[in-house]
Design a protein around this ligand. Structure first.
Ligand code: ADP
Length: 420
């Protein structure tokens, strides 16, 4: 095991078993405190509208019972928000000063090419994450603030960054490069990085488990369909292609993002529609996808409207499914042999009509869904294809927080063993 740097005076003892997972968004902060002995959640919560007039902290203690607590007040920045979270945890006897806390894990959206594994945060690591801000202007700044604040609160504790892009760094060069001028691409670090990597890693591994096989033996197409959505082709546990690219805008039709489109649409919007770069950015990231097509990004509401005969909602659904099918077909070709297609995240785990429609007509690819199995609601990983189908179609609930905590805990344990 290679040695990794830990902060001076690190408080890692032989038996701290808790990991705090922090996910800092541009105006939000989500957290979970997880006991790694049994993966139980001790507390979880969310701060929203950080920086606005009224922010809201919703804290749910899970270990000793107790009711959900809501605080509405202004948190000017992530620093104030995290201080408030620390107080909430302390009032449940789960304060950040606890010797049982092994590490704090941070979700970091963009790790570029440098970070292919979870990494203990040092000053140099922070500088590198800062250098990636130009390719992740919406995400990395909030992640950086979260790390700095947590470090200030517990400077002696390992702070570990887990990157959304890391799982995709195994993509071969021919899948990661855009076919544009190489010098320009390299000068500006333009290439396909992929996102949702923590989820794709977790779900592909769980799918192999569900099939009773080792991840190294199994080829899986993972369809992470949340508000943001991405597909990946995972060959023997390694990602070989994914649908998101330089940013999370590429690929599938999403809740509010367009996914793939002819890049010339952008020139057209600029030259003919007279839109500015920022306006186009907002259009494609926030006002497109399902919202742009039918004014609604919640799949439940879209299905309800379709049931009422709404043609606009129906077309939006068809466009969403058509793109999904194209990626299933493309990744079947990329993988050559597919053992499973796994649906995950809000839409993938809950929307049976999406799963049924996505594989309808793909019998030639070995894909089919059993209507009864597909309609079962469950939080457990499960197979929904009929026994005769060559490819298993699975529903595998994702758990990004647990995956982050696992990666963090493994790394900290490795550091601890090295020191002993
Ligand atoms: P994200 O983490 O990207 O915000 P989620 O993975 O939580 O998103 O997915 C949110 C989406 O899941 C919602 O916008 C909605 O479209 C969909 N969703 C959630 N529950 C259901 C359900 N019961 N049926 C259909 N779609 C659902």
């Amino acid at each position: 095991m290679t040695s990794v740097p830990v902060p001076e005076g690190s408080a890692v003892t032989s038996n701290p078993t808790r990991v705090l997972v922090l996910n800092s968004g541009s105006s939000s902060l989500k957290y979970q405190l997880i006991d790694m002995r049994d993966h139980s959640r001790l507390a979880m919560g969310l701060v929203e509208k950080i920086g606005e007039d009224t922010s809201a902290l919703v804290h749910t203690p899970l270990s000793g019972g107790g009711d959900k607590r809501v605080r509405e007040t202004r948190f000017a920045d992530h620093d104030e928000a995290l201080q408030a979270v620390a107080l909430e945890l302390a009032s449940d006897g789960l304060g950040l000063d606890s010797p049982e806390l092994a590490a704090i894990g941070h979700r970091v959206v963009h790790g570029g090419l440098k970070f292919s594994a979870p990494t203990v945060v040092t000053d140099e690591v922070l500088e590198e994450i800062e250098r990636l801000v130009p390719v992740a202007p919406l995400h990395n700044p909030a992640n950086i603030t979260g790390i700095k604040t947590a470090r200030a609160l517990r400077p002696d504790l390992p702070q570990v960054a887990v990157f959304d892009t890391a799982f995709h760094t195994t993509m071969p060069e021919y899948a990661a490069r855009y076919a544009i001028d190489v010098e320009t691409a390299d000068a500006h670090r333009i290439r396909r990085y992929g996102f949702h990597g923590t989820s794709h890693a977790y779900v592909s591994r769980k799918t192999a488990e569900l099939l009773g096989r080792a991840p190294s033996e199994v080829n899986v197409i993972v369809l992470h369909l949340g508000n943001g959505a991405s597909a990946s082709a995972v060959q023997g546990g390694r990602c070989v292609d994914t649908s998101m690219g330089l940013t999370p805008l590429e690929g599938l039709v999403m809740g509010t993002r367009s996914g793939d489109l002819d890049p010339a649409v952008i020139f057209h919007l600029e030259r003919v529609a007279g839109m500015s770069t920022d306006e186009i950015d907002t259009l494609l990231n926030k006002k497109s996808g399902l919202v742009g097509l039918c004014g609604e990004n919640d799949m439940r509401e879209i299905r309800r409207r379709i049931d009422e005969g709404d043609k606009q909602a129906e077309l939006a659904f068809e466009i969403y499914i058509h793109r999904l099918k194209k990626y299933i077909g493309a990744y079947s070709a990329v993988l050559g042999r597919v053992d499973a297609v796994a649906f995950t995240a809000g839409v993938g785990e809950n929307a049976a009509p999406v799963r049924a429609a996505a594989v309808a007509g793909l019998a030639e690819l070995g894909l089919a869904v059993d209507a009864d199995l597909n309609s079962v609601r469950s939080d457990e990983p499960r197979i929904i294809s009929p026994e005769y189908a060559r490819v298993a179609v699975a529903v595998v609930p994702t758990d990004e927080e647990l995956e982050i905590a696992n990666q963090v805990y493994d790394l900290v344990a490795a550091v601890d063993n090295n020191d002993n």
